[in-house]
Design a protein around this ligand. Structure first.
Ligand SMILES: C[S@@+](CC[C@H](N)C(=O)[O-])C[C@H]1O[C@@H](n2cnc3c(N)ncnc32)[C@H](O)[C@@H]1O
Length: 243
């Protein structure tokens, strides 16, 4: 966050401190983490080898927990460059850290991926992180994800995938905003409401919005195959692809 971009690092403030409130205003968020874990488990059932997962934007650990719980043989490198979020994950997931199945990295996603060897990772998993990236940065991240994945490795992402039908997407987002007001004014959290609305403007801005067709095409251009949008829940969807 700088004077010129005072709202960029939105997860460092009230949103990050009260991140657990997200499940009240976006019930799909918890479900999406569950679906990411389920997809990771599906991959694991197809192999007898240990599975290495890199998670981008681990946040407070909701998705990380779902991934870790999906199979005993997997280990996770969880990347998040926002200490307000990652420190909560370190607390919440102490047990997994102590068991040696979880390592944290505080770098940003692109830097973390660039430090990994080519064809060294089985699964690249994420939830509600890639949509926060600026368009060009996201393109570079996807290129790096492809590079670090082993042949046959999976990309699993549960995220905000904007509808290609722009009017339908706007209606969906309007409904979402209506829900924010209903829930957060109901519990008198106007401060949080303000921050989530400001955050949403970032998500919806032209240089960030992750529209379905463009996003799937971007994966194809990076070299991914078997690209599937498996579940859609309003403006949210689970996307998987294979290297
Ligand atoms: C909405 S949270 C999602 C957390 C978790 N996956 C979940 O679903 O609850 C997005 C996370 O991505 C992180 N993040 C955003 N941009 C990032 C970047 N460039 N590199 C690494 N992490 C980033 C934020 O700090 C935040 O913790």
């Amino acid at each position: 966050m700088t004077v010129n971009t005072p709202f960029d690092a939105m997860f460092s403030g009230v949103i990050g401190q009260d991140y657990q409130m997200l499940k009240l205003i976006c019930p799909f968020a918890t479900e999406m983490s569950r679906l990411v874990g389920e997809a990771v488990g599906e991959y694991c059932r197809q192999t007898t080898e240990p599975v290495g997962v890199v998670e981008l934007g681990g946040g407070t650990g909701i998705t990380t927990l779902s991934i870790l719980s999906s199979d005993d043989r997997l280990s996770v490198l969880s990347v998040d460059n926002e200490p307000t979020m990652q420190n909560q994950a370190k607390q919440n997931l102490r047990h997994w850290l102590d068991a040696g199945r979880l390592v944290f990295c505080g770098d940003d996603a692109l830097t973390a991926l660039r430090s990994l060897a080519s064809e060294s990772v089985d699964i690249l998993a994420s939830a509600y992180t890639l949509h926060n990236f600026e368009r060009d940065y996201r393109k570079q991240v996807i290129g790096e994800m492809f590079r670090v994945l082993k042949p046959g490795g999976w990309f699993v992402n549960g995220d905000r995938y904007a509808l290609d039908d722009i009017s339908a997407h706007t209606r969906g987002t309007q409904q979402e905003v209506k829900g924010y007001f209903k829930v957060l004014t109901g519990i008198n959290r106007i401060d949080l409401l303000e921050h989530w609305i400001i955050h949403l403007f970032n998500d919806e801005s032209e240089n960030h919005i992750m529209r379905e067709a463009t996003a799937l095409q971007q994966l194809a251009e990076a070299g991914f195959k078997l690209i599937e949008l498996k579940q859609r829940m309003d403006v949210n969807a689970l996307v998987t692809a294979v290297k």
